[in-house]
Design a protein around this ligand. Structure first.
Ligand SMILES: Cc1cc2nc3c(=O)[nH]c(=O)nc-3n(C[C@H](O)[C@H](O)[C@H](O)COP(=O)(O)OP(=O)(O)OC[C@H]3O[C@@H](n4cnc5c(N)ncnc54)[C@H](O)[C@@H]3O)c2cc1C
Length: 378
């Protein structure tokens, strides 16, 4: 059998692509995932923040569309964890406050709801933020969410299977061979054939397209997160502190996820340290202490690391490598918030229903480049 479209990688991007491929009328669509479950790699390790506070206008549009798709998946599955509407408070002092103020016009023009609040009002609303410095300002964005990409992937793939999607989990694609009339994938000791193939294998995508004789400018880098146990219940929204780049996400009544910047050098997705560094664990605890006395009695539950895929311009690589082989990768650490929309678009491009030439994967030579963080206002 020759599938219309084979998608390699069932993270949040690939699962969204699978949903769209079936919706758009793909008669035979195959999703190959190396894990036993869907979205167990970077997607599962993420902080799950979805925010309008991004630096690139097209990424902001992807977030707007993703919000619709997350909401739809939440309704479909009845799983409230797919998207929780906590709102986000972005904190800034000194020059960072100016950076935040500069975003006001852009957010207003796009109809994004926000409110600027001073230190006293922040402390009144969120008494747990009891160690803010004088002069701190906050931007409150009520429509920023915490999302669960694994629950999203499960919901949309379940629906796509009802529409005819074939899912092969626990099946690792080893090689891809693009021929004139079809593409052949060797995976898990089997051979699959498809008219078109979309590689959406996250930070493994570069390794996979290399087996087909192509190379792309995507470099995996390491991102860490800790889960903290608090001694008392908290009443925090999502908090992002621009100065230190620390973010906190409510995880449970007495738990928060806390993360910071990144390890900006290249890592091998098949061989990297998946636990948090000692230095990171110490730093994150100290930075929490700067913002809140909750940190005084906080304990570490666990700490882990996953990978993001950097690209030279911090935008996705999305589109054709040949007329039959496509990729969608290069999440730049903000791929959960944009994943549903980017995956949807990738499926449409792979099926010949859309074109996005400015995101073509071959727009850069596959040489080394500086890895820069994507989750920033710059
Ligand atoms: C600690 C941390 C915090 C983060 N926080 C946020 C955040 O708050 N907000 C945000 O938007 N983003 C965040 N990110 C980034 C986000 O996690 C990623 O951008 C997103 O998960 C990328 O999704 P993906 O589907 O492209 O990749 P993945 O989720 O990695 O999915 C790729 C899939 O491909 C599969 N695969 C790989 N190779 C093969 C193969 N050969 N054959 C078959 N299957 C294969 C993998 O098993 C995996 O399931 C964070 C990342 C980390 C690590």
């Amino acid at each position: 059998m020759i599938y219309d479209l084979a998608i390699i990688g069932g993270g949040v991007w690939g699962s969204a692509a699978a949903q769209e491929a079936v919706r758009a009328g793909g008669k035979s669509v195959l999703l190959l995932e190396k894990g036993i479950g869907l979205a167990q790699e970077s997607s599962a390790k993420s902080g799950g923040i979805l925010t309008d506070l991004l630096w690139h206008p097209e990424d902001q549009e992807f977030v707007t569309r993703s919000r619709v798709l997350y909401r739809e998946a939440r309704e479909l599955s009845g799983d409230a964890s797919v998207a929780r509407e906590f709102g986000q408070l972005t904190l800034a002092e000194r020059e960072y406050a100016d950076q935040l103020h500069r975003r006001e016009a852009d957010l207003s023009a796009r109809g994004v709801r926000f409110e600027m609040i001073g230190k006293d009002e922040i402390e009144r609303r969120y008494p747990n933020l009891d160690r803010l410095r004088e002069g701190t300002v906050g931007m409150w964005t009520p429509d920023d969410w915490h999302v669960n990409p694994t629950a999203f992937a499960q919901a949309v793939v379940d629906r796509a299977r009802e529409g005819g999607l074939t899912l092969r989990a626990g099946c690792r694609a080893e090689t891809i061979h693009a021929e004139d009339q079809k593409v052949v994938i060797e995976a898990g000791g089997e051979r699959f054939e498809a008219a078109r193939v979309l590689v959406s294998a996250g930070t493994w995508s570069r390794k996979l397209v290399r087996t087909a004789g192509f190379d792309i400018a995507m470099r995996p880098y390491r991102v860490q997160l800790s889960s903290l146990q608090l001694a008392q219940p908290h009443a925090l929204p999502i908090v992002w502190h621009l100065q230190t780049d620390v973010y906190m996400v409510p995880e449970g009544p007495q738990n928060i996820l806390a993360g910071d910047g990144t390890r900006l050098w290249e890592h091998d997705p098949d061989d990297y340290q998946q636990t948090g560094d000692d230095e990171f664990r110490m730093n994150i605890a100290e930075r929490l202490l700067d913002l809140s006395s909750l940190g005084d009695s906080a304990g570490l539950r666990s700490s882990w690391a996953g990978l993001g895929g950097a690209t030279p311009d911090r935008r996705p690589l999305l589109g054709p490598l040949t007329e039959r082989l496509f990729t969608a990768c290069g999440d730049n650490g903000i791929g959960v918030m944009r994943g549903p929309a980017v995956g949807e678009l990738a499926a449409r491009v792979a099926l010949g229903l859309a074109e996005v030439p400015h995101l073509r994967p071959d727009r850069f030579p596959p040489t080394d480049f500086e890895i820069r963080p994507g989750f920033t206002l710059d």
